[in-house]
Design a protein around this ligand. Structure first.
Ligand code: AMP
Length: 299
């Protein structure tokens, strides 16, 4: 079953204490789509400007990502720039230029509307709602977000969250949304907003799932060297939905393993700038790391 992904398709300029890389292929949908592509077919909904390098289109194509829903419009591609502190966890946004995303209101093709698995990757909640409104009868809808939308578009975000099967956010966003210092109390409060599954990402400390089967503590793969964590959250949710869409059996039974797969793809993402590491791996390497994580966490 294919996965439909909408989100940002961007040029990312990233600065770490060790290096600086301008205008890399980035965006929440790019990271998520490449991550999901290791498991099955992916359809991408996004927009880029005429300045978007052709070699980046080739990267999507090499991952067999369906680009029928990727518009190329006159104007500039969404450009985001961020800088990491020495700990590689704290990040400061230096610049966000929406470009062609400012007026993007996609009309979905029939073949997109009947997708069973939908990932509303990080982008304005109004756009996530616009896409969800056009879906026919999806089996599973998950959305990711960021602090910006909690700050400037909370009413829209709450409207969206009500309609989701799963909502993914990081620990500081969960705290901001619920005003709860305790992460388990925050999970409970977020369930009350609608979603059956709530996933809280905790960066290099892994993630937490809360759902009908209770709590699951998902480990992060231990990395000795983080080159650039940009897109790790998007790779996590992309890998997770990619696995879910292709796994046999009911979603409830596959959720935990799906998160572990997401966690592993995210670990590869952190080992290179932008998408450089993620685009070099294969399914076999992903499976190997999943087995290593199983050994590390069994007791
Ligand atoms: P993450 O590191 O998982 O938080 O995701 C980083 C990605 O989010 C980068 O590739 C950015 O292009 C993208 N991004 C940053 N700001 C925004 C925004 N306001 N809307 C959508 N995507 C964004």
């Amino acid at each position: 079953m294919s996965v439909l992904i909408v989100g940002s398709t961007a040029l990312d300029s990233i600065k770490t204490p060790k290096a600086e890389n301008p205008r890399l292929l980035g965006g929440s949908a790019s990271h998520a789509a490449v991550a999901a592509s290791f498991f099955g077919p992916v359809k991408l909904i996004g927009v880029v400007g005429e300045d978007f390098p052709k070699r980046y289109i080739q990267i999507y194509k090499r991952h067999r990502i369906d680009l029928e829903g990727l518009q190329i419009l006159p104007g500039k591609t969404f450009h985001w720039s961020g800088e990491y502190e020495a700990n590689m966890n704290n990040r400061r946004t230096l610049l966000t230029e929406l470009g062609v995303f400012e007026t993007f209101t996609p009309t979905l093709l029939n073949s997109h509307q009947n997708a069973s698995f939908v990932l509303l990757a990080n982008i304005a909640p109004s756009l996530q709602i616009h896409v969800l409104d056009q879906m026919q009868r999806p089996k599973f809808v998950v959305a990711d977000t960021m602090d910006l939308w909690l700050n400037i578009a909370l009413p829209d975000l709450l409207k969206l969250v009500k309609r989701l099967d799963a909502f993914v956010l990081n620990d500081s966003e969960a705290h901001q949304l619920t005003k709860e210092g305790n992460v388990f109390s925050a999970l409970k409060k977020i369930h009350k907003l609608g979603p059956k599954y709530v996933i809280i990402k905790k960066g290099s400390h892994g993630s937490l799932l809360s759902g009908p089967q209770g709590i699951f503590i998902c480990p992060a793969f231990p990395l000795h060297k983080v080159v650039d964590p940009t897109g790790a959250g998007d790779s996590f949710v992309g890998g997770m939905i990619g696995y879910l869409a292709t796994a046999d059996g009911p979603i409830e039974r596959n959720m935990r393993r799906a998160m572990v797969y997401g966690s592993v793809v995210a670990s590869f993402c952190c080992e290179g700038f932008g998408l450089t590491s993620t685009t070099r791996i294969n399914r076999k390497q992903i499976d190997q790391r999943v087995r290593a994580l199983e050994r590390l966490t069994r007791f």
